[in-house]
Design a protein around this ligand. Structure first.
Ligand code: SF4
Length: 359
C-alpha cells in the first residue's frame, strides 16, 4: 500500500506533504540542530556561489537566511529581477515552482534549484497548456495576458506576463491601445482589474486556494471588533472581500501601505507568511489575519499556502548538498516565454507603479 492509499480522508496537499516528509524527513529541529543546519547552508551558499531568493510567504527562518547571506526576499516580480541581476552561479528559489521556472527563463546560464520541486500553485494547476492554448486559438483577436503564477508553457503562449504588482497598469495600458484581452488564470484578480479599468477581458476560471478562503462576513465582524483598523487585501481575494478593503495591492504594495498608514490595527487578507516582514518593518503595529472559511465551515484553511509551506531549512540544505531539485525548462519554451516576461520587466522599468485603494 502506498502512502497515498493509507488515508482517503486527507487532503491532496496534506498527502503530498506526508509523501515529502517520508522522502525527505523534516522532523522538528532542536535549536542546536537549526543552528547547525543554518551554518552549513551559509557555507554551501558561499562555496557554491549561490544566492537564496525567497518569497514573502515562506517560513520566517528562510526569509532571514536569504537576507543574512546577501540573497533576497520579495514578491515574484522582485524575485525575478534580483535573480536575473545576481552575481551568482546558482539561484536557490524558496517559493513555488513557477517562481523557479521564471528565474531559469530569465537566467538561462545559472543553475536554479528549489528546496522541493513539489511546491506548486492552484492557479498553475488549473491552467494547463493543453486547455489554455486552444482557448487562445479560439480568440485570435485577443491579446493574451497571463499571471506569473503559470507554467513556462503557458507563459510561452502569452503576449504579456504580469505579476499582481503590475497587472492593473499593464491592462490599463493595453486598454488605451484598444486591445481586447484574454486574462488567465486568477478569476478574482481578473475580475478586479476588469471592474477597475472597464477593459474588455475574457477571464479564465481559476483561483488561489489561500485567498479564496477569505470571507467578507467574517471580515465585517472583525472590523466591528477593531473599528479603527485598516483592511489591506490582496486582489486574489474574492470581490466581496475587496469591496471592504481600504487598500488593495500585491504583497509589496501591502507592506508599503502598512508602513505608511496611520492606523495601529491592520487586518491583512493575504498569506500570513507576510506577517514576518510586516512586523519587521512596522514593529509598533498590530497585524491581524483576516478570517477564513466562515464560522460553520470544516476549516482546513489557515491563510497559509500549503505549497509555500513545503519549503524548509532541511530541504534547502539537501538541495544545496546534492545539487538536486534543479529546475529545467525546455529551451524552445524558455525562449518564447522570455518575450512576455521581458516585456513585463521593461514595462515595470519604464513606469512608476501605484498602490490602489480607497485609503
Ligand atoms: S498563495 Fe495562492 S497564488 Fe500563491 S502560490 Fe499559493 S496557491 Fe498559488
Amino acid at each position: 500500500m502506498t502512502i497515498f492509499e493509507t488515508d482517503k480522508l486527507a487532503s491532496d496537499t496534506e498527502l503530498v506533504r506526508r509523501y515529502l516528509d517520508n522522502a525527505q524527513p523534516s522532523a522538528d529541529l532542536t535549536a542546536a540542530d537549526t543552528e547547525r543546519v543554518i551554518d552549513r547552508i551559509k557555507q554551501l551558499l558561499q562555496t557554491r556561489r549561490a544566492k537564496l531568493v525567497a518569497h514573502y510567504y515562506v517560513a520566517a527562518e528562510l526569509q532571514e537566511l536569504a537576507e543574512a547571506t546577501g540573497g533576497f526576499v520579495g514578491d515574484s516580480l522582485e524575485m525575478a529581477r534580483f535573480g536575473r541581476d545576481a552575481d551568482a552561479d546558482i539561484l536557490v528559489v524558496a517559493g513555488v515552482r513557477f517562481m523557479g521556472e521564471s528565474a531559469k527563463i530569465l537566467s538561462p546560464d545559472k543553475r536554479v534549484l528549489m528546496p522541493t520541486l513539489e511546491a506548486t500553485c492552484s492557479l498553475d494547476i488549473a491552467c494547463p497548456i493543453d486547455r489554455f492554448a486552444p482557448f487562445c486559438d479560439a480568440h485570435p483577436d485577443h491579446t493574451v495576458v497571463v499571471y506569473a503564477n503559470t507554467s513556462a508553457a503557458v507563459k510561452a503562449r502569452a503576449d504579456w506576463v504580469v505579476t499582481s504588482s503590475i497587472a492593473l497598469d499593464v491592462v490599463e495600458y493595453l486598454m488605451e491601445q484598444g486591445e481586447q484581452i484574454i486574462w488567465a488564470p486568477d478569476k478574482h484578480l481578473g475580475n478586479y482589474i476588469k471592474n477597475t479599468t472597464g477593459a474588455d477581458m475574457l477571464l479564465w476560471d481559476a483561483a488561489c486556494v489561500v485567498h479564496e478562503e477569505f470571507k467578507a462576513r467574517g471580515l465585517l465582524d472583525m472590523r466591528a471588533l477593531y473599528p479603527d483598523a485598516a483592511v489591506l487585501a490582496h486582489p486574489e481575494s474574492p470581490e466581496a472581500v475587496l469591496a471592504i478593503a481600504d487598500v488593495i495591492g500585491s504583497t509589496t504594495q501591502i507592506i508599503k501601505a502598512a508602513m505608511q498608514l496611520p492606523n495601529r490595527d491592520i487586518i491583512v487578507a493575504t498569506d500570513k507568511g507576510i506577517f514576518h516582514k510586516l512586523q519587521q518593518l512596522a514593529p509598533g503595529k498590530n497585524f491581524i489575519v483576516a478570517p477564513t472559511a466562515g464560522n460553520d465551515a470544516t476549516c482546513r484553511s489557515c491563510a497559509h499556502c500549503p505549497w509555500m509551506g513545503m519549503n524548509s531549512l532541511q530541504r534547502l540544505l539537501l538541495s544545496l548538498e546534492r545539487l538536486d531539485n534543479e529546475i529545467r525548462v525546455d529551451a524552445g519554451i524558455a525562449e518564447r516565454a522570455m518575450v512576455p516576461l521581458q516585456r513585463m520587466l521593461d514595462f515595470a522599468a519604464q513606469n512608476q507603479l501605484k498602490v490602489r485603494g480607497k485609503a
